[in-house]
Design a protein around this ligand. Structure first.
Ligand SMILES: CC(C)(COP(=O)(O)OP(=O)(O)OC[C@H]1O[C@@H](n2cnc3c(N)ncnc32)[C@H](O)[C@@H]1OP(=O)(O)O)[C@@H](O)C(=O)NCCC(=O)NCCS
Length: 219
């Protein structure tokens, strides 16, 4: 089966998603992915017009016969939520495949929802769940029974221990460690390199070793 796929976004991150799709395609047994190009939400993001940029979302409406599915090429959790909701409403029958790198080592006992992206080098996931539009970037490890919520952005080389809950919209910075059975609340942020030893409440930003809350007036 051939699937024509369009990537939402035109940043450097979106180009890494293109590389992922092409890598999946190279290893595919059945589905053949063909990347049609990239689209951006609004004219203000047309920028320099990188190679492969098709235009704004208008392109999706005008050329419905040229594409089958979409991939999220924007990293920020809030934007992932806003853009996926917008496009799911506009094109409810189109597919957001879960894109799992052939170079990831993912247990078959993992529940993966639509729009999830799992990059090269990720490992683990026994009895874990990865919910809609979550992103696991390069070399992330996820322990048994962990739950990664919708729209989360898990940066490269993060280690999430067994039993953790990373709730909807959370952002975990590169190289952070989340110790076992902890919860990172909705839309919270964990800084690069942090070691999280306690639950992080929703909406807060925690940094450092051991991780502590960043107060809004600094430090
Ligand atoms: C935690 C983070 C989200 C905070 O961003 P922010 O809200 O803009 O906060 P600021 O940069 O104003 O920093 C606030 C304070 O936390 C400190 N801080 C920020 N990030 C930190 C980190 N990772 N570790 C330790 N301290 C950190 C700052 O030095 C500052 O301290 P000060 O007030 O004493 O000067 C951000 O610094 C971060 O780590 N993002 C992750 C980036 C990443 O991993 N990207 C992956 C790309 S693939």
């Amino acid at each position: 089966m051939r699937e024509n796929i369009i990537i939402v976004g035109d940043s450097g991150f979106s180009r890494s998603i293109r590389w992922l799709i092409e890598d999946i395609d190279d290893h595919a047994q059945n589905t053949v992915y063909c990347v049609v190009g990239h689209v951006v939400s609004d004219v203000e993001y047309l920028g320099q017009g990188h190679h492969g940029l098709l235009g704004t979302f208008k392109y999706l409406y005008m050329h419905t016969e040229l594409w089958d599915s979409l991939a999220m090429g924007v990293g920020a959790p809030g934007a992932r939520m806003e853009l996926s909701n917008r496009l799911l409403n506009a094109f409810p029958a189109r597919i957001w495949p879960s894109l799992v790198s052939p170079r990831a080592h993912v247990s078959d006992r993992v529940h993966i929802q639509q729009g999830v992206i799992i990059q090269s080098g990720c490992r683990g996931f026994v009895d874990a769940s990865v919910l809609e539009f979550a992103l696991l970037n390069l070399n992330v490890t996820v322990g048994h029974d962990a739950l990664i919520g919708r729209y989360c952005n898990i940066s490269p080389s993060v280690n999430i221990s067994g039993g953790c809950v990373i709730d909807e919209g959370a952002m975990i910075g590169t190289g952070a460690q989340i110790l076992e059975n902890l919860t990172v609340g909705k839309w919270a942020k964990v800084g690069a390199g942090a070691v999280v030893t306690k639950d992080v409440p929703p909406g807060e930003t925690w940094v450092g070793i051991p991780a502590r809350k960043v107060e809004e007036n600094g430090g």
